[in-house]
Design a protein around this ligand. Structure first.
Ligand code: NI
Ligand code: MN
Length: 228
């Protein structure tokens, strides 16, 4: 299993011979200007919510690759209006089996309008139970709902927002890591914009102090994921 970071909340997970792209926001991201969006392959595109900084390249990549695009009902309906044909709608609490494993759409405390102002349904995150169990939290505040994930899943790696202002900051992400019972955290949703710039050394130090591992990937960097 290889995880590649494309900046902000965008990751590519390669598992069981398929490529799963989360929250594609590359073209408008100045920090990701070295990434060639037209060379990214995807079999699946998972979108946590409708905000521009999670969906910007979804139509472009979806049309080129023919990937199955999975999001909530409202986001999928909007994407279909933009010309995407291969879509799968979900909603909160629902689990569906795919070739890479089971996928559950879970709660996020945030908002979700689409780039043209259309209603984007409620925002979410994904728990992927496959070769490993991976949680992509989307954009969210710290919420007690995360305890449910800790109680019912054995999460190997969690992608958590740490940039503060629009989502959890570092301190709340550390508490979230307790709630989901996973100490292997990969940070996201930081540094992209002025208001979410963080001190990476301070963030790593705080996670270290809490006996947790915070990984901050360079944009374009890939790592091998292993189960505990
Ligand atoms: Ni958002
Ligand atoms: Mn966002």
């Amino acid at each position: 299993m290889i995880l590649t970071y494309y900046g902000h909340s965008c990751f590519l997970l390669e598992t069981k011979g398929v490529k799963i792209l989360f929250d594609p926001f590359i073209t408008p991201n100045a920090l990701a200007d070295k990434i060639d969006v037209d060379s990214i392959e995807a079999d699946y595109i998972l979108i946590t919510h409708g905000h521009e900084d999670h969906i910007a390249d979804a139509v472009k990549i979806g049309k080129r690759t023919g990937a199955l695009v999975i999001s909530n009902y409202e986001v999928v309906t909007w994407l279909q209006k933009q010309g995407l044909k291969n879509c799968h709608p979900m909603n909160h609490g629902g689990t569906k089996e795919f070739e890479f494993g089971r996928l559950k759409y879970v709660n996020a405390v945030h908002s979700s309008s689409l780039p043209d102002g259309s209603y984007g349904g409620n925002p979410g995150g994904f728990v992927l139970i496959g070769e490993i169990t991976l949680y992509h939290a989307g954009d969210t505040a710290l919420t007690y709902d995360m305890k449910l994930l800790g109680d019912f899943f054995s999460i190997d790696v969690a992608l958590l927002p740490i940039g503060d202002n629009f989502t959890m900051g570092v301190e709340d992400a550390i508490i979230a890591s307790d709630f989901i019972q996973c100490n292997n955290i990969i940070g996201m949703h930081y540094d992209t914009f002025e208001v979410i710039k963080i001190n990476k050394d301070a963030a790593t130090f705080l996670f270290d102090n809490a006996m947790k591992a915070l990984t901050l990937l360079d944009i374009g960097e890939s790592i091998e994921l292993v189960t505990d």
